[in-house]
Ligand binder design. Structure first.
Ligand SMILES: Cc1cc2nc3c(=O)[nH]c(=O)nc-3n(C[C@H](O)[C@H](O)[C@H](O)COP(=O)(O)OP(=O)(O)OC[C@H]3O[C@@H](n4cnc5c(N)ncnc54)[C@H](O)[C@@H]3O)c2cc1C
Length: 196
């Protein structure tokens, strides 16, 4: 099951962004309230480059390869993804969209994945390199990755991937990212919404 965990975050990110911003903006006031107000103002003005001074690192587990392919298109984030070349992934679960899981083909889909996994294991056991055996696995197979992202890019990803035009799985990922970032850096994220 898709799970997003925060591994690392810039210390006191809102105060850090505000402190950097004050080098160029001689805004009045200091302290958490003034910092949050300044960050909200900058976002309102579209001065988003200042958000690049804060970063978050997430561990994302239980996502499909299909979803990972979508996420890793974001070029300004940094990723490390579980390698199917070096890791034996014969025990990974299948991510099932509800449209498949609730359809009359649910059992057929599960059987197909079991067969693919079993063939993968047989190939590896027979000495076929994991990097080649993986070709029999479907795009719904689970993977995991670490993503490091600055706050500007995090907003961009949440905005694009949290929209109702995005697919359910990456939308759920955007939702979890937003919930974490809103808690730890509300002034930089509480204006964003993710479609249900
Ligand atoms: C609903 C949806 C459907 C999609 N469908 C498809 C599809 O069918 N096929 C497909 O191939 N992709 C598809 N994508 C992926 C999409 O085309 C982008 O590759 C992906 O969303 C990354 O977006 P980005 O380039 O804005 O973001 P990032 O790579 O995260 O970059 C962030 C921003 O930085 C700037 N930037 C980054 N790199 C450059 C650069 N080299 N030059 C100038 N500015 C740059 C841009 O302003 C960019 O918006 C889809 C995405 C969504 C959300």
């Amino acid at each position: 099951m898709l799970n997003v965990e925060l591994l690392d975050l810039t210390d006191e990110p809102i105060s850090h962004i505000a402190r950097c911003a004050r080098v160029s903006h001689r805004s009045e006031g200091t302290g958490p309230e003034a910092d949050a107000q300044l960050v909200r103002k900058l976002i309102g003005w579209g001065h988003l480059s200042i958000l690049e001074f804060a970063h978050a690192t997430f561990l994302v587990e239980g996502l499909s390869r299909a979803c990972a392919n979508q996420l890793t298109r974001h070029r300004l984030a940094s990723f490390v993804q579980e390698s199917q070349r070096y890791v034996d992934v014969g025990d990974r679960e299948l991510v099932q969209p509800s449209t498949v899981a609730e359809s009359e083909f649910r059992d057929e889909a599960a059987e197909l994945y079991d067969k693919a996994r079993s063939l993968y294991r047989k190939l590896v056991k027979a000495g076929v390199p994991k990097e080649d055996a993986r070709y029999v696995l479907p795009i719904g197979a689970e993977t995991q990755l670490v993503m490091n992202v600055n706050f500007r890019e995090a907003r961009h990803i949440i905005d694009l991937r949290g929209s109702r035009h995005a697919q359910w799985e990456i939308r759920s990922l955007a939702q979890q990212m937003l919930a974490i970032l809103r808690k730890d850096a509300p002034a930089a994220f509480d204006d964003l919404e993710v479609s249900a």
